[in-house]
Design a protein around this ligand. Structure first.
Ligand SMILES: [Zn+2]
Length: 257
């Protein structure tokens, strides 16, 4: 499951001092996000996330991949937290109907448990990325165990793409990982994991915010299953009709093993 707690991210990742200034975070940021306030959601358990990642945040972390700059009608679908037999093969079927390719950020323990499903993903021409072995939250994990966990996943998932679970990393973790991985974030978060939004709202999140080169987050997980089954076919149909194609994210050549 993904949350993107933007203000925490700003406090956690090393940034110029101005960002840590309380006036900036309390007064300037809300101004910047004024246009986005309708996308900002506070759930009862106080998980906050932004459906559309503001350009400001993308600019603050230029080494992370937020979207792929292009004028071409290309969209990058990503599926996190699988592979699992209950959802992933269904996703593959949907993608196939539209000759769509996608990127799957896999959790190592799921790959281990569901090796045939993982093989099916790879053999279908999709790209895979590392999402840690146990879906660890970087904020609550010491650096060394965090890196070991990623390495354990890397033994199963050969990829130079990494996406931190929950979008959360500590500054030192990000600095180290960037030397070996392309850190892939997103510019559109579908909210398919969110029990407090309707499937229609989840679809709207994607339709309204996607543009050329967008990286969209879905989850091939049980938690997201119901929404995904409604939203994914519609997203594929909607953007295909508009002349978009769906491609995998390209890996850097260097792979950490
Ligand atoms: Zn995840």
């Amino acid at each position: 499951m993904f949350t993107f707690f933007i203000f925490f991210i700003i406090k956690q990742i090393s940034l110029p001092d101005v960002i840590h200034n309380s006036t900036f975070s309390q007064q300037i940021l809300p101004l910047v996000f004024k246009q986005r306030i309708q996308h900002l959601k506070l759930t009862p358990n106080r998980i906050m996330y932004l459906v559309k990642t503001p350009q400001l945040i993308q600019n603050l972390f230029p080494n992370f991949t937020w979207r792929i700059p292009t004028e071409e009608k290309v969209i990058y679908l990503t599926f996190d937290d699988g592979p699992i037999p209950e959802v992933t093969p269904w996703v593959l079927d949907q993608l196939k109907k539209y000759q769509a390719k996608a990127t799957f950020f896999c959790v190592g323990e799921n790959v281990k448990k569901n090796a045939p499903v993982f093989d099916q993903v790879v053999n279908s021409g999709h790209t895979v990325g590392n999402h840690t072995f146990n879906h660890l939250n970087g904020w609550g994990t010491e650096n060394i165990p965090y890196f070991h966990n990623i390495r354990n996943c890397a033994h199963l998932v050969k990829s130079s793409l990494f996406r931190p679970p929950y979008g959360r990393m500590l500054p030192k973790q990000a600095q180290f990982l960037q030397r070996h991985y392309q850190i892939v974030m997103w510019d559109v978060l579908s909210g398919d994991f969110d029990p407090d939004i309707t499937k229609e709202k989840c679809l709207e999140n994607v339709i309204k915010n996607t543009k050329t080169g967008s990286i969209i987050v879905f989850h091939d997980s049980l938690k997201a299953k119901d929404k995904l089954e409604y939203v994914l076919p519609k997203v594929l149909e909607h953007f295909s009709k508009q002349g978009f194609r769906f491609e995998t994210l390209k890996e850097k050549e260097e792979v950490l093993n």
